[in-house]
Design a protein around this ligand. Structure first.
Ligand code: DC
Length: 236
C-alpha cells in the first residue's frame, strides 16, 4: 500500500490489541497505525524498559528480585518514545537513552513478566499510557489495554496462536537479529511468560468481553490488517 492509500475516518478511535507473547501484535498494530495515520504505542516496550532499568541497577537476577528497591526508584525511571523516520515507528528511550534494541534480548524477556507483576510499576505505566491515548487516534498493544488501560476502547482485539507457532516466529526473529539461542529456550520463555502474565493478581492477561478474538496461526499479516481496517471502518 502506498502513502496515498492512507485510510482517513471521520472519528478518531482507540484500538486496543491484547494477546499472548509473540502473537505478532506489534507488527499488526504498527501497520494499522500507519494506515490510519494513528499513533502506535508498544506498551510491552515500557515494561521491558523498567526491566532493563532493574537489571542495570542489579535489582533483579537469577535468584533475587529487590522489588521494594525498584518501587522506591521508580521516580527515576523516565520512559519516552521518539519517532524514527527511517524505521517508521517510535523507539523507546529510558532517561534519554535509546534502548529499543537493548530491551529485545532474551535476558530482558526472562525477567519482564516478573517485573510486570508489581502493582506500582503497572500504575505508573498505565497512567502514562492513558495520557498518551486521551486524544484517541491511537493503536496500543499489550496485555491489559482493553481491560484496564482503555476499557472503553472502540475496537478491542485479542490475538492468539499456538505456543509452538509463536515460539517459531520469535526464534526466527531473534536469530535474524544475531542472537544465539536454541528454539527450546524461546519456547520455554514464551510459555513461562504466558503463565505469569495470565495468572498475576494485578491486571492479568484476559480477553475483554467485547474483544474480537483472532487466532492468527494460519493468517497472513496482510489479511489481518485488512480485517481490522474493515472493522475499524464500521466503528469510526
Ligand atoms: O509485548 P511484549 O512481549 O514485549 O511484553 C513484554 C512483557 O511485558 C509481557 O510478557 C508482560 C508485560 N506486559 C504487561 O504486563 N502489560 C502490558 N500492557 C504489556 C506488556
Amino acid at each position: 500500500m502506498g502513502e496515498d492509500d492512507k485510510t482517513e475516518f471521520k472519528n478518531k478511535i482507540v484500538i486496543a490489541i491484547d494477546g499472548f507473547s509473540s502473537t505478532g501484535k506489534s507488527t499488526i498494530a504498527k501497520l494499522l497505525a500507519k494506515q490510519l495515520n494513528y499513533i502506535y504505542v508498544d506498551t510491552g516496550a515500557m515494561y521491558r524498559a523498567v526491566t532493563y532499568f532493574a537489571l542495570d541497577h542489579s535489582l533483579i537476577g537469577e535468584d533475587f528480585f529487590h522489588s521494594q528497591q525498584l518501587i522506591e526508584k521508580l521516580d527515576n525511571v523516565n520512559i519516552t518514545f521518539k519517532f524514527n523516520e527511517e524505521l517508521g515507528f517510535a523507539e523507546v528511550y529510558l532517561n534519554g537513552q535509546n534502548i529499543e534494541k537493548a530491551i529485545r534480548t532474551l535476558e530482558v524477556s526472562r525477567y519482564v513478566s516478573l517485573v510486570s507483576t508489581i502493582s506500582e510499576v503497572r500504575q505508573k505505566l498505565v497512567e502514562q499510557q492513558q495520557i498518551m491515548g486521551k486524544n484517541k487516534g491511537i493503536v496500543m498493544d499489550g496485555r491489559d489495554i482493553g481491560t484496564v488501560v482503555f476499557p472503553d476502547a472502540e475496537l478491542k482485539v485479542f490475538m492468539t496462536a499456538s505456543a509452538e507457532t509463536r515460539a517459531k516466529r520469535r526464534y526466527k526473529e531473534l536469530l535474524e537479529r544475531g542472537h544465539s539461542l536454541s528454539y527450546n529456550e524461546v519456547l520455554e520463555n514464551v510459555t513461562t511468560r504466558d503463565r505469569i502474565d495470565s495468572t498475576r493478581e494485578d491486571s492479568p492477561l484476559l480477553k475483554a468481553k467485547d474483544a474480537i478474538e483472532i487466532d492468527n496461526s494460519d493468517l497472513t499479516i496482510e489479511s489481518q490488517v485488512e480485517t481490522l481496517l474493515k472493522l475499524a471502518k464500521t466503528i469510526a
